[in-house]
Design a protein around this ligand. Structure first.
Ligand code: 6PG
Length: 475
C-alpha cells in the first residue's frame, strides 16, 4: 500500500511530526539522509502506526500515493534548497512539497513560484510547539495555494492541537503567508520572553525576592489574565535547583541569550514594511546586548549607577504593579505584531484573517495564552485600528497604566534595565499623543534639505526659505 504522506528529515521535529501523523491513523513514508534515524524511529515507535521506511529519495517518492504529500523537515536555508532540488525531478504534476521548518518567508515565496512553474505545489508551513508540540499537537500555519490546502488541510487539522474542539491550524494565505505568520509568532515569542525576564529582574533586583519566591509569584500569575505557557514554564525554571551546585538553576546559567534568527527577521521585515515593532526589536537587541561580555565588563567598570538603593514601600503592591505592567507591555507587543501581519497581508495580497491567527495560537504553540481568546474576539467584528483600542484591551491597559508608569519610573531610578516595559509605555504614549514632535523633525528636514512639509491648516507641500528671508513657498 502506498503511504498517504511522507516525511524527509528525521531529526527531533521531523521524527515527532511523523509519529504524530502515524498516531492519527495516517500511513507515513520515512526518509532521512542517513538511514540510521529512519531505522531507529521504526524500531522504537513502529507500533504507533503505519510507517514505510525508505532508504533513497527515489524509493521514498515511489512509496507515496498521488498527489504526493512530502513534508521536508530540514534546516532552513541551503539544506532545504538542496532537498527540494533533489526531490523536484522525481515528482509529478499536482504533488505537494511542504516545508515545515522555520524558513524565511521570502525564500518560501521564491520556492513556491519556482515549483508552481513546474506544476507542483509548495507549502511553507509554520509549525510551533517545539518537540512536544510536534508529537502531541502543534500549532500549524500553512501557506501555499488553496488547492493544496484542500488535500493537506484535513491531515494537518487532525494532528494539530485542538482548543474547544477547534484545530490550531488554518490556511493562512498564499505563498509565504504561513511562514510570515510563524516568523511574527516567533518575534512575539521573543518580546514575551523579554518582558517576563524584565518582570523577573524587577522583582529579583528591586525587591530582593529569591528564585523560589519568584517561582511562586509566577505560578500565581499563571492563574490570572497572564495565564500562558511561557509564564507557566517561567515558574518551573525559577523553581529548579541545579543538582551540581545546589544553587538556583537560574543563577548558574550564563546570562547571554542566543538566537537562531527569526526574531531578527521579524524586525528586519518590520523595518521594510514601516511598522514599529518596538517590543520585538527591543527583545532582539536585549539578547544581542547580553551576548557582548567584553563590552559589558568595560561598562560595568566605568559607568556609575544610582548612588543609593531605591526602597520599595509596599512589596505586595509592587508585585501587583509589575504584573500589570507586564500585561500592558504584552498587549503592546501583540498589537505591534498584529500590525505587522496586517501590513504584510496588504503588501503581498495575502488576505490574512487576523482573528484566525489568534485562534490557531491558542494551543500547541509557544505563545499559547489565555488572552488570545480576547484577540480573537477583538477581530470578530471589524478590524480595530490597533489591538490597543479594541474595547477589552483598551480597558485592561487603561486599568494598568498607572502601575505601568510606577514600574518604569522605579526601574529608571533603581537602574534596572527594562527596555521592553519602557519602550512599550513610550509606544503607548506616542500613539495616544495629541501632537507628536514629528512636526519639529519635518522642520529640520526642510531646513537642511528642502524636503518640504505639510501644514495643519491647508493642503499642499511647502518649503521655507531658511537661508533667505524665511518666507514660505510652495514645495
Ligand atoms: C516554536 C519556536 C521555535 C524556535 C525556538 C528557538 O514556535 O516552536 O518558536 O520555532 O525555533 O523558539 O528560537 P531562538 O533560538 O531564536 O530563540
Amino acid at each position: 500500500d502506498l503511504a498517504q504522506i511522507g516525511v524527509s528529515g528525521l531529526a527531533v521535529m521531523g521524527r515527532n511530526l511523523a509519529r504524530n501523523l502515524a498516531r492519527n491513523g495516517f500511513s507515513v513514508a520515512l526518509h532521512n539522509r542517513t538511514s540510521a534515524r529512519t531505522k531507529s524511529l521504526v524500531a522504537e515507535h513502529g507500533d504507533e502506526g503505519t510507517f514505510v521506511p525508505t532508504e533513497t529519495l527515489e524509493e521514498f517518492v515511489a512509496a507515496l500515493e498521488r498527489p504526493r504529500r512530502v513534508v521536508v523537515m530540514v534546516k532552513a536555508g541551503a539544506p532545504t534548497d538542496a532537498v527540494i532540488d533533489e526531490l523536484v525531478p522525481l515528482l509529478d504534476e499536482g504533488d505537494i512539497v511542504i516545508d515545515c521548518g522555520n524558513a524565511h518567508f521570502a525564500d518560501t515565496r521564491r520556492r513556491e513560484a519556482a515549483l508552481r512553474e513546474r506544476g507542483l505545489h509548495f507549502v511553507g508551513a509554520g509549525v510551533s510547539g517545539g518537540e512536544e508540540g510536534a508529537l502531541l499537537g502543534p500549532s500549524i500555519m500553512p501557506g501555499g495555494s488553496a488547492e493544496s490546502y484542500r488535500t493537506l488541510g484535513p491531515m494537518f487539522e487532525k494532528i494539530a492541537a485542538q482548543v474547544d474542539g477547534t484545530p490550531c491550524c488554518v490556511h493562512v494565505g498564499p505563498d509565504g503567508a504561513g511562514h510570515f505568520v510563524k516568523m511574527v509568532h516567533n518575534g512575539i515569542e521573543y518580546a514575551d520572553m523579554q518582558l517576563i525576564a524584565e518582570a523577573y529582574d524587577l522583582l529579583r533586583d528591586g525587591l530582593g525576592a529569591t528564585p523560589a519566591e519568584l517561582a511562586r509569584i509566577f505560578a500565581e500569575w499563571n492563574s490570572g489574565d497572564l495565564e500562558s505557557f511561557l509564564i507557566e514554564i517561567t515558574a518551573e525554571v525559577l523553581g529548579h535547583t541545579d543538582a551540581a551546585s545546589g544553587s538556583a538553576f537560574v543563577d548558574v546559567v550564563l546570562d547571554q541569550a542566543e538566537q537562531k534568527g527569526t526574531g531578527r527577521w521579524t524586525v528586519q521585515t518590520a523595518l521594510d514594511l514601516g511598522v514599529p515593532v518596538t517590543g520585538i526589536a527591543e527583545a532582539t537587541f536585549a539578547r544581542a546586548l547580553s551576548a557582548h561580555p567584553e563590552q559589558r565588563e568595560a561598562a560595568r567598570a566605568a559607568l556609575p549607577g544610582p548612588s543609593a538603593a531605591v526602597p520599595v514601600e509596599d512589596r505586595d503592591a509592587f508585585v501587583d504593579d509589575v504584573r500589570k505592567a507586564l500585561y500592558a507591555s504584552k498587549v503592546v507587543a501583540y498589537a505591534q505584531g498584529y500590525d505587522q501581519m496586517a501590513a504584510a497581508s496588504a503588501e503581498y495580497g495575502w488576505d490574512i484573517d487576523l482573528g484566525a491567527m489568534a485562534t490557531i495560537w491558542r494551543g500547541g504553540c509557544i505563545i499559547r495564552a489565555r488572552f488570545l481568546d480576547r484577540i480573537k474576539d477583538a477581530y470578530a467584528t471589524e478590524r480595530p485600528a490597533s489591538l490597543l483600542v479594541a474595547p477589552y484591551f483598551r480597558d485592561a491597559v487603561a486599568e494598568g497604566q498607572e502601575a505601568w508608569r510606577r514600574v518604569v519610573a522605579h526601574a529608571a531610578r533603581a537602574g534596572i534595565p527594562t527596555p521592553g516595559f519602557s519602550s512599550a509605555l513610550a509606544y503607548y504614549d506616542a500613539l495616544r499623543a495629541e501632537r507628536l514632535p514629528a512636526a519639529l523633525i519635518q522642520g529640520m528636514r526642510d531646513y537642511f534639505g528642502a524636503h518640504t512639509y505639510k501644514r495643519v491648516d491647508r493642503e499642499g507641500a511647502f518649503h521655507t526659505l531658511w537661508g533667505g528671508d524665511r518666507s514660505e513657498v510652495d514645495g
